[in-house]
Design a protein around this ligand. Structure first.
Ligand code: TEU
Length: 551
């Protein structure tokens, strides 16, 4: 069998830099902090670290609003700190993946200032439109009904240029105009800057937003929108003129080409993963591109987030797995994840008891895997009050609705120890409150636990990804006992393992040999259940004939 590339085999670990580790006591995580925690990455067996944006930014969207694409923000450190981190990761055999935000810059980027003043080639670097007219009070009327993801119109008036500019997120994130080929050229140069520093890959932010239909027509109302829907929940209008236009993939293919040049030159594979919340799967899979014109190595698989909701069971899980493998065009790699900095944490979306089940589920399926920091210890959403809310998605929703939209709860500082500051900071305050459950729920406690812990389970399971059974094993996956459970077997050359999870509050007895084909006598069964039972711990060799998972 073909050897797997690093991004296929080894876990990709997402670090949200503000919340990972604070080296200077200012309450915000930084690059030196991340470097000081490399042992943790090694300890849990991940293979690469993806950093959410660390670029210069006024932080209106906490780094996703970039004022200089080729420098590090002082809150995170210096370029020297970056080089030091990059070298330190390399020394341990870890890859470095950076976030890249192709769709927009900050309104404080020099390009935007030049664009406001119509300076030279920058005049059309952003999406500028005349007002539709002026109302009785003389206020300019927006060009059309396009809305921002965070609520309200996507158009912001600029007094100086006397035009509106487009922003699909906060007003401080003006949309770059990819109709202008110079924009792509300059953005490629920014990407090249980081490639020259040895970066191994990129996560491309909100790519479907890159192009807009040039007729600037009103979006039609979504016929299926619930009567209570509000603009910021994305279901108010359809997004046919502002989202997922075919030109997007042509531009991304140019980014990919640049990566491939680097890979071909020195034989180190550079990887591109793209963030695209797109339905249906056939449409999402276009982001893989083709053999002749590759686009992404993979578009993130958000299906477990979108389709596995409160009252899910094994049938829902099986549905996601089946559909992905059925529809994914041949020659591509699947990928699995259950969280990121925009989504509630697993323990809070469901219950803390399913943390291991989800970690195992996504780590042992064939395909790439992404872990959001803190999921290895089952961190939970923090309770953030309206006064403490800083995320623009929460702030713009207002005091009555912020809890529905704010992404602060899943972005709180990493819980390293039970000491004051959670081992995250020596300072007295942090940019977001530390979840008070850090006293019990932290890396140190889970490492030292006498019994099992989320962390111990995670480590054992991540070690399995380094075996040939995981690498090359077959996959047989299905719901069991009418959806009470879900499981899969992975078999390679007469060896194998079975993953079984019970999702209901009652016992399920599973005859593994009957449920799955060709189970070797010495297969290892990895079970988990709603009530985590240390006796049936992960990786214990259990007789394969019959396994009871208690609910
Ligand atoms: O998110 C893009 C995106 O689709 C978001 O609108 C997402 O649906 C939302 O955050 C859910 O609340 C990316 C980044 O992941 C996000 O953090 C940024 O805020 C956004 O782009 C703008 O750069």
């Amino acid at each position: 069998p073909q050897p797997l590339a690093w991004w296929q085999q080894d876990i990709i670990y997402q670090v949200y830099p503000r919340s990972h580790m604070d080296s200077d006591g200012d309450g915000v995580g930084d690059l030196k902090g991340i470097e000081s925690k490399i042992d943790h990455f090694v300890d849990i067996g991940v293979g690469s670290v993806w950093l959410s944006p660390i670029y210069e930014s006024p932080m209106k969207d906490f780094g996703y609003d970039i004022s200089n694409f080729t420098n590090v923000d002082p809150i995170f450190g210096t370029m020297d700190d970056f080089t030091s981190l990059s070298n330190a990761l390399k020394e341990k055999g870890l890859k470095l993946v950076m976030d890249f935000v192709p769709n927009h810059s900050s309104d404080l980027h020099v390009w935007f200032n030049k664009s406001i003043h119509r300076e030279g080639k920058y005049e059309d670097y952003y999406v500028w439109r005349d007002p539709k007219g002026f109302d009785e009070e003389g206020n300019p009327i927006v060009p059309n009904n396009w809305i921002s993801s965070f609520g309200g119109s996507a158009w912001e008036w600029n007094e100086v240029r006397e035009q509106f500019y487009l922003h699909q997120f906060v007003a401080g994130q003006p949309d770059l105009n990819y109709e202008n080929p110079d924009v792509l050229k300059d953005m490629l140069a920014a990407l090249k800057f980081w490639l020259d520093l040895g970066v191994d890959g990129f996560r491309m932010d909100t790519v479907p937003s890159m192009f807009e239909d040039q007729r600037f027509l009103d979006e039609p109302e979504d016929p299926n929108r619930p009567p209570t829907s509000i603009p910021s929940d994305h279901s108010y209008w359809l997004h046919i003129y502002t989202y997922d236009l075919p030109a997007t993939r042509d531009a991304l293919a140019e980014y990919r080409k640049l990566l491939d040049i680097y890979s071909l030159t020195d034989g180190r594979e550079r990887c591109m993963m793209v963030e695209a919340y797109v339905n249906p799967l056939e449409q999402l899979f276009l982001y893989y591109g083709t053999k002749e014109k590759p686009v992404a190595h993979f578009p993130f698989n958000f299906e477990f987030i979108k389709r596995v909701t409160t009252n899910f069971n094994g049938t829902d899980i099986a549905g996601v797995v089946d559909e992905w493998f059925e529809k994914m065009p041949e020659g591509n790699t699947a990928n699995w994840l259950v969280g990121n900095h925009d989504q509630w944490r697993i323990a809070s979306r469901f219950t803390p008891e399913v943390v291991d089940a989800f970690n195992m589920l996504i780590m042992l399926l064939p395909g790439s895997q992404v872990t959001y920091y803190g999921e290895e210890i089952g961190m939970t959403n923090a309770n953030i009050t309206w006064e403490e809310t800083v995320d623009p998605a929460g702030c713009q929703a207002g005091p009555d609705r912020y809890q529905l939209f704010s992404r602060d709860p899943e972005r709180t500082p990493m819980q390293w120890t039970g000491e004051a500051g959670a081992g995250f900071t020596t300072g007295n305050s942090t940019w977001l409150p530390i979840n008070p459950n850090y006293r019990e729920l932290n890396v140190q406690a889970q490492n030292e636990a006498s019994g099992d812990s989320h962390l111990k389970v995670y480590k054992r399971v991540s070690a399995l990804r380094k075996t040939d059974t995981w690498r090359y094993g077959s996959l047989e996956a299905h719901a069991i006992d009418a959806g009470a459970a879900f499981g899969y077997s992975r078999i390679y050359q007469g060896k194998g393992f079975v993953f079984l999870a019970n999702y209901v509050d009652s016992n399920t007895t599973i005859n593994v040999g009957q449920e799955f084909d060709d189970i070797p006598a010495q297969a290892t069964v990895y079970t988990t259940s709603v009530n985590f039972q240390p006796e049936t711990a992960v990786g214990s060799s259990i007789s394969t004939s019959s396994v009871t998972i208690s609910g």
